[in-house]
Design a protein around this ligand. Structure first.
Ligand SMILES: NC(=O)c1ccc[n+]([C@@H]2O[C@H](COP(=O)([O-])OP(=O)(O)OC[C@H]3O[C@@H](n4cnc5c(N)ncnc54)[C@H](O)[C@@H]3O)[C@@H](O)[C@H]2O)c1
Length: 305
């Protein structure tokens, strides 16, 4: 299948592109930044999702389109409400319109568990608005969709906007982790590669016009997660909890508002949270010490560097 992926150069989008290519699809990535993970069998278009002509050209001939582009961080969206409306809402409508004109068979959208919540600020507003536009494109023009409501993702290629990446990096660099909320905050972390595999599976016919929840299966309190990271690092790590009620993040559950009901999808095989975090530790350690490499759990000097 020919598939265009908006925002395919980002953390989640790049993993989905890998899995789509791995499943034999012909992938075109459209992103404002070139992908650092572009494979030889993928095509890269550098462009802005607000450029209607460029978006149309990228969508023409595609059978399926994914949209991961826009402002993905709650804090950033909080400080940039106009840009959040432009990239996340208007950008998505421009993409939907291009899909309608091109006769695309399936539109897949990266939403968030925050659509259920009163928290999440302008980020949540942009996801709720986008979901409504997608459902209305289905009603008015018959454009088939799948909305994926992702939970808290973690894994390779993340940066400081990602909670687990930031916790590990702060622990390694400063020996201290700061958290905006309370240790009792509950999260279901899901490995990005597990979520990416499910994101490809939803192209199957039974997922047309459905809203799917993609979160983890191992609920964990943030306080316990930080203890786990410290234990894995085998060194003393200080934790500081701000207990900030205005951070825009939820405490125990995101569910307080009910848009279209979503079904939870569980990957057949999941990455164990402990092992997934161990890989994040190795990745961050490598970034901080490029002269070392990991071998069977040990860090050794890389003779090639
Ligand atoms: N990471 C998570 O935990 C998580 C959880 C729930 C939902 N999501 C959603 O998944 C999607 C991807 O998130 P991510 O974590 O990979 O973020 P990311 O920032 O890594 O990816 C977003 C991508 O969009 C591109 N982009 C931004 N503005 C653009 C524009 N104007 N035109 C074209 N491309 C543009 C960026 O260059 C980037 O590659 C987002 O919609 C996000 O809201 C992510």
């Amino acid at each position: 299948m020919k598939i265009t992926v908006f925002g395919g150069a980002g953390f989640l989008g790049s993993h989905v592109c890998d899995k789509l290519s791995g499943a034999g699809h012909e992938v075109t990535i459209f992103d404002i930044a070139p992908s650092r993970w572009l494979r030889p069998d993928q095509t890269m278009i550098v462009g802005n999702i607000l450029d209607e002509d460029a978006v149309q050209a990228a969508v023409n001939g595609a059978q399926a389109v994914y949209n991961f582009a826009g402002i993905a961080d709650i804090g950033e969206a909080g400080g940039r409400p106009v840009d959040t409306a432009k990239y996340n809402i208007l950008g998505n409508v421009i993409t939907l319109e291009a899909c309608r004109k091109a006769g695309v068979k399936r539109f897949v959208f990266a939403s968030s568990l925050y659509v259920y919540s009163k928290e999440g600020g302008f980020y949540r507003c942009s996801k709720q608005a986008s979901e409504l536009y997608i459902e209305n494109y289905r009603q008015v023009y018959g454009l088939e969709y799948t909305i994926l409501r992702y939970g808290s993702l973690y894994g390779p290629r993340a940066d400081n906007r990602n909670a687990i990446y930031r916790f590990v990096r702060e622990a390694l660099e400063k020996g201290c982790i700061e958290y905006y909320g309370l240790p009792t905050a509950l999260r279901e972390y899901v490995h990005v590669e597990d979520a990416a595999l499910c994101s490809v599976e939803v192209l199957e016919p039974q997922y047309a016009n459905t809203n799917i929840i993609l979160s983890g299966t191992q609920p964990m309190r943030v306080g316990d997660l930080l203890k786990m990271i410290a234990e894995m690092l085998g060194k003393p790590v200080e934790f500081s909890f701000m207990g900030d009620g205005k951070s825009g993040h939820y405490e125990i559950t995101p569910y307080s508002f009910s848009p279209q009901v979503g079904k939870k999808m569980a990957p057949r095989l999941i990455t164990d949270l402990g092992q997934g975090i161990l890989h994040v530790i190795e990745e961050v350690h490598q970034e901080l010490h490029p002269g070392m490499k990991t071998s069977m759990g040990y860090l050794i000097q890389d003779e090639n560097k």
